[in-house]
Design a binder for this molecule. Structure first.
Ligand SMILES: [Zn+2]
Length: 435
């Protein structure tokens, strides 16, 4: 396959007339510069390497527009558990297909699905990894690149058993999680090149101290590992009470901090936490629209980057599915905190949205030789974007300006009306009530 891009915005720099050639799997095998589109090549006007959604829970989409009356993070979580409790493999496939399709339409070309709804509601395993294969089916149907971040979830809180509504998330212990993970890897081996397997530790709330290191050591070294970290002050307080350590210090003590680790949210950190995360060169995945929605707070993104950490973005609860708004939210949070403009340069925002997210998911950089040909085309003359300099589009455009999306060298299209209908029908079934 051949794709020619008239204006390629790569790493914040505009390159003219770039021709990509791929193999059958959609991996870039050649890149040349030419002024005109060859007749056998697809032509894009203004495009950038595709955006990586480094943190998603697809089923949280069901809560969109249903949680704004009142409440806290913890009351939001109650409704989330209600939705989780009613998922079946078929319903999950349907809802995730709609959510992943919405992501593609919005410019996300890859997604790290942080997955913990593993079992039947009473905790009994489904045969043949039914929930996980439903997500793989959904990604293939939607045409998005999926890294399934299968999560270890063992306890309801530090030192407490799983609640009844958490039973379907849990494995018996670290060994049982690792056995299930390796079996899942075998079950996914014959899927399309779009689907790969990563891993996650849910959080220091849900994984006991001795299991943190055991899981990290029991996974192949090349597998990306993600964890929710310090999203809420209560999590930090519980961790300090139980272990005398912050969550970050606990991960350091257990040997879990490393370049392959991505820490999600990283909102409430001490100066020592920031230094340890930077020294380990972890990726910090910020989810600004979710963190704003849930009232989490504003994490120290620039301080983390200055300390040596890498930054990526995710849509998390999928109340908003828009990579450009996540990037804008990252910079907006920094401006609101610091009372200064220009905290994260536009060129850095492009890299955070794309290359850094791909790296966090264990994927090579897109739209480079050896990486997948994943591209997002933007309308640079829309009502929002006209007159703007192309490198500054992350501060200007929204998902509404995404015109075409290429994953693995192929243009992926969906009818937005059909996607909306599929979401609505899945959510009505999930909650069993009229909206
Ligand atoms: Zn999350």
């Amino acid at each position: 396959m051949k794709v020619w891009v008239d204006h390629l915005v790569r790493g914040g720099v505009v390159e003219r007339g770039i021709l990509f050639e791929t193999d059958d799997d959609g991996t870039v095998i050649g890149e040349t510069s030419t002024d005109t589109r060859p007749p056998d090549a697809l032509g894009l006007e203004v495009a950038a390497p595709g955006f990586a959604n480094a943190h998603s829970h697809a089923f949280h989409r069901a809560l969109r527009g249903r949680t704004h009356d009142s409440g806290s993070f913890w009351t939001w979580r109650e409704l989330m558990y209600r939705a989780a409790g009613r998922l079946t493999p078929d319903l999950y496939r349907d809802l995730a297909t709609a959510v992943f399709s919405e992501m593609v339409l919005s410019g996300w070309t890859s997604v790290g699905e942080f997955h913990y709804v593993h079992h039947t509601p009473d905790g009994t395993a489904y045969p043949h990894h039914a929930m996980e294969l439903a997500l793989a089916d959904a990604a293939e149907a939607a045409g998005i690149r999926l890294v399934l971040l299968d999560a270890c979830y063992l306890t309801g809180g530090i030192g407490t058993a799983l609640l009844a509504e958490q039973r379907r998330f849990g494995d018996a212990d670290a060994g049982a999680f690792l056995a299930r993970w390796h079996s899942l890897r075998d079950a996914l081996a014959d899927r399309s090149p779009l689907v790969t397997l990563g891993a996650a530790l849910h959080s220091v709330r849900a994984v006991p101290r001795d299991a943190l290191g055991a899981v990290a050591r029991g996974l192949p070294a090349s597998v990306p590992l993600h964890i929710h970290l310090s999203e809420q002050p209560a999590e930090n307080a519980d961790c300090v009470t139980a272990y005398g350590l912050t969550p970050t210090a606990l991960l350091a003590a257990e040997g879990v901090l490393s370049r392959r680790l991505s820490v999600v949210h990283a909102t409430h950190l001490s100066d020592d936490d920031v230094r340890m995360l930077g020294d380990a060169e972890v990726t910090a995945v910020f989810c600004p629209t979710t963190e704003a929605d849930l009232g989490d707070g504003i994490g120290p993104a620039v301080a983390l980057a200055d300390a040596g950490a890498r930054l990526a973005i995710g849509s998390d609860q999928n109340a908003v599915v828009d990579p450009l708004l996540e990037l804008r939210g990252l910079e907006a949070g920094e401006r609101l905190r610091s009372l200064q403009r220009g905290r994260i340069a536009p060129a850095a925002l492009w890299r955070i949205g794309s290359d850094a997210g791909y790296a966090s998911l264990g994927l090579p950089p897109p739209a480079r030789v050896g990486g997948p040909l994943d591209l997002v085309e933007l309308d640079a003359s829309s009502i929002r974007t006209s007159g703007s300099e192309l490198p500054q589009l992350p501060l200007v455009a929204t998902a509404s300006d995404v015109t075409r999306v290429v994953v693995g060298g192929r243009v992926i299209t969906h009818d937005p009306r059909g996607v909306a209908d599929r979401s609505g029908a899945s959510i009505d079934t999930l909650f069993g009530e009229a909206r």
